[in-house]
Design a protein around this ligand. Sequence first.
Ligand code: ZN
Length: 464
Amino acid sequence: MAHGFIDQLGKMLDKSSVLAGADIDERYHRDLAGKAVAKPLAVVRPRTTEQVSDVLRLCHHEKVPLTTQGGMTGLVRGAMPNANEIVLSMERMNAVEEVDASASVAIAQAGAPLDRIQERVEREGYIFPLDLGARGSCTIGGNISTNAGGNRVIRYGMTRDLILGLEVVTADGTVLHGLRKYLKNNTGIDLKHLFIGSEGVLGVVTRAVLRIVPAPTEQQVMLCAMDSFAKVSALLGMARQRLGGELTAFEAMWNEYYRLTVERVNGVVSPLPTHHPFYVLLEASGNKAARIHVDLEELLEAAIGKSMIIDATVSNSKASAAAMWRIRDSTLELSRSFPYGSRIGFDVSLPICRMDEYAKMVRTRIKAIDVQAFAIVFGHAADGNLHLEVHHEHTPDRREDFEKLVYQITGEFGGMISAEHGIGVLKRPYLKISRTQEEIETMRTLKRALDPNNILNPGRIFTL
Ligand code: ZN
């Protein structure tokens, strides 16, 4: 079957669009450790929505499963193919097709890298507010299918809040033409939301209408050190009240994250001593430079007056703001400075009032498995989202025990086992901690209705 099927694909698209055998580059099947794993049957690289539709129609008919790939920056093994699957790579559908200032939207193809979209709209005086560390390699299609969050969710929301319309191909090749530019559209069930955040199991996103906003002309960053998490939380309340819509980021870093990033990541320079228990990076932006300066100065004075802050520094140039962001944006480099096989990343949602208690609980209970294990904690505190990396270099074979323990604690706190990265394959066994049986069954009902032959990213999120 495989050979005839690949020949059919080759006839449907031009020759360079279908790769098989030795022509399949490792990057299509490289795992998180950077090693090649199971090679897919073929890699298909369509140039148009019609070609995506043709490929899906054939796969549906022949019952051949496929994995859709964007920038391969995911962390839950969602885009890694299995040996019986083909890869549908969106890399050739990478254009930013339109920037429509009057409607405040841009239209991009799914394979467009996030930073290309950002740069394109910036040339017109706008920003596309979605922003995350992987901006140079992740694609908007991947951002949509995982409902990416990132650094400015507090001000602009998740990817879901930034999408006005989608063009999607469903499993049998049907094209849903939903590229509408309206903020208001109450014409029945809003189908786009089925495909945002559903990790490619219900359809393949091919193009999207994105919300853009006028670029703020002024951006200031404040980095502060604090001696308790209660003060981090109090500062957030004060910043929200005083800065309102100017507050565009509020990132918390526990000591280990801050100190180890400064010690281990090349090019990171700390403007503050590295021994304080907590650090906060706060960003304010807007169009009135003088007002932002005054608002931040007043916030700082009030926070010092209430003894919330031990030490602080405010950016005085674009370069100094970028240097402070570099500390928070170095998560991947910090992670990679430790061996791959003995670190586990978690991204959980929790009420902010219980974050420190949670971090302490994880720290204490991992010691019962390995007394030398430790956790690095940081995150988008204002969004109720913590990132946590557990390191267990002396007990690399206990990975699953650490995973189970952290997710169990997350459940005890009523948290969500993923705030940003999604479920994919890696977190599938733990989905039931955060979602009810009835909810998971409803997800399966939707899957069976839209993809009866189970060809789209099978086994991601749940099995049928
Ligand atoms: Zn994050």
